[in-house]
Design a protein around this ligand. Structure first.
Ligand SMILES: [Zn+2]
Length: 276
């Protein structure tokens, strides 16, 4: 800094007329700063309690680029569960992840949640069409675009009649989908399975391949941990191998009510992939 110049006496009106552009610039800067500091109207639940809010982290070059908007998610507003249910579900998920029998979930998924690459959301309405405990999907936010999110149904996660091994297998399956996205082995579109419009056969092929990978790894884990009876598809895998697992997956997905319009295409494309 150079402060050697002697100060010169100048009257206030002269200062104003000489520095009006500086004053205007500072005014614009402060308006921009106030706008940037505003909290977003709504965002997915932040990671496990001990981590800072993701919005406070600086942007890093390694962060995944948000995929294109998913209009299906945007049109389906996510209604908030009560805070109490929400925080109990968050705690149950933390315990489930951090004590998971698979190291990939315990260490890797946990780290992705903690560093904000994976967001958590406990809004059951996002899962209503699928009747599942949890699903990896992109959730659209107005301020940050689409975020890779593990959406969890608080009711089903907290339901004591749901088998604990089954819950662990579901979370492992979703971990595989999240890994596919983070490692870029499948495109974001395969997690947007509401099938707005008419999906092409090549899209269904890709989607089924991602599902096969997730179910096969899930069932290999189930066999390794002696949990295959907790889930019908894994029981089939344990008893009669990979081709029958794929047949069962295709039949199951073709019967999901949300995919009813495309069940023929799912069966048709699925049949070509059984022996791959
Ligand atoms: Zn899946």
């Amino acid at each position: 800094m150079n402060e050697s110049k002697p100060a010169t006496k100048t009257s206030a009106p002269t200062l104003l007329s000489r520095y009006w552009h500086v004053i205007l610039f500072m005014l614009v800067c402060s308006i921009v700063a106030v706008r940037l500091n505003r909290e977003p109207a709504r965002r997915p639940t932040q990671p496990f309690d001990e981590t800072p809010a993701v919005t406070e982290r600086p942007q890093r070059a390694s962060e995944p680029v948000a995929p294109p908007e998913n209009p299906a998610l945007r049109r389906r507003p996510l209604t908030e569960e009560s805070d109490e249910t929400n925080s109990r579900a968050q705690e149950a998920l933390r315990v489930l992840v951090q004590n998971h029998p698979a190291e990939e979930v315990r260490v890797r998924l946990n780290a992705w949640i903690m560093d904000g690459r994976v967001w958590l959301n406990f809004q059951r309405s996002a899962l209503d069409r699928y009747d599942v405990i949890a699903a990896a999907m992109y959730v659209h936010t107005p301020d940050r675009g689409n975020l890779l999110t593990l959406v969890v149904s608080p009711e089903l996660l907290l339901d004591p009649t749901q088998n604990q091994s089954f819950k662990q297998l579901v979370i492992f399956h979703e971990y595989v989908h999240i890994r596919q996205q983070i490692q870029g082995t499948f495109p974001p579109a395969i997690l947007m399975t509401s099938f707005e419009g008419r999906p092409s056969a090549s899209f269904i092929r890709l989607w089924l391949q991602a599902e096969f990978e997730a179910y096969e790894e899930e069932c290999q884990l189930a066999v390794r941990l002696n949990m295959s009876n907790a889930f019908e598809i894994c029981r089939v895998f344990a008893e009669s191998g990979r081709a029958n697992l794929r047949r069962t997956v295709v039949a199951t997905l073709a019967n999901v009510p949300a995919y009813a319009d495309h069940s023929d295409l799912i069966r048709q494309v699925g049949a070509t992939l059984i022996g791959d």
